[in-house]
Design a protein around this ligand. Sequence first.
Ligand code: ADP
Ligand code: MG
Length: 234
Amino acid sequence: MSLVEVKEVKKVFGDFIALNGLSLSLEEGEQYAILGASGSGKSTLLYLIGGLDKSDGGSLTVDGNHLNKLSDEKLARYRNEYVGFVFQFHFLLPSMNCLKNILLPAEIGGHKIKAVKKRALEIASHLGVTHCLNKYPFQLSGGEQQRINIIRALSLKPKLLLCDEPTGNLDSVNSNKVTDLLKDLAKEFKSTLAVVTHDSLVADAFENQFVIRDGELASARTGFGATPPLPPHT
Ligand code: ADP
Ligand code: MG
């Protein structure tokens, strides 16, 4: 069984159909790019997989959990136990220093802070942002804030690392660096990685690619041959 199974998922906003019966699956430990133009439904899909929103039809299971059927409390626990999210915009709390921001999910989830802090310090050193940990988010550049975001997403060794345009504001050199880093860290932590992007150069760094167009799966290329050939888009 795949770790993530998205089956004919629908999501509507008013009378606008953002996801129109989309199906795909993510295998445990694998790495995926989800490519699509702006407005194609990429973030919407990632939020559903991450348990930040609920679909309006179809089914979405992660490790056998039907996300749409979970209570808000159980969904919060799912997010805490399974998901590391790197958002397109950096949601760091302005009133806390960066280390506190990083440790917040661990505190909320009742994890052992000492071990999480040790891991966070290691990743920070690897990313060259140790000097940022005692600073407040507003004192950091965009690139530094993004690295803090990545540390926070990884600090609980998530089974599922979901990244929404993580290289969106970077030049191509730094974009490659961040993509490589996410892939390396996901491998080290045995996390399943999904990176959403509108940039085909970023997507090309991944063997497994899904292309989304107008809320539908336009094509899929995976290394497992599990996805049947798709009909041409009309
Ligand atoms: P992408 O991430 O691929 O750029 P999104 O998933 O953010 O696209 O959005 C897909 C479509 O759904 C867009 O047309 C967007 O305007 C619309 N949409 C997304 N979120 C909302 C919302 N909360 N309310 C209304 N429309 C939304
Ligand atoms: Mg988006």
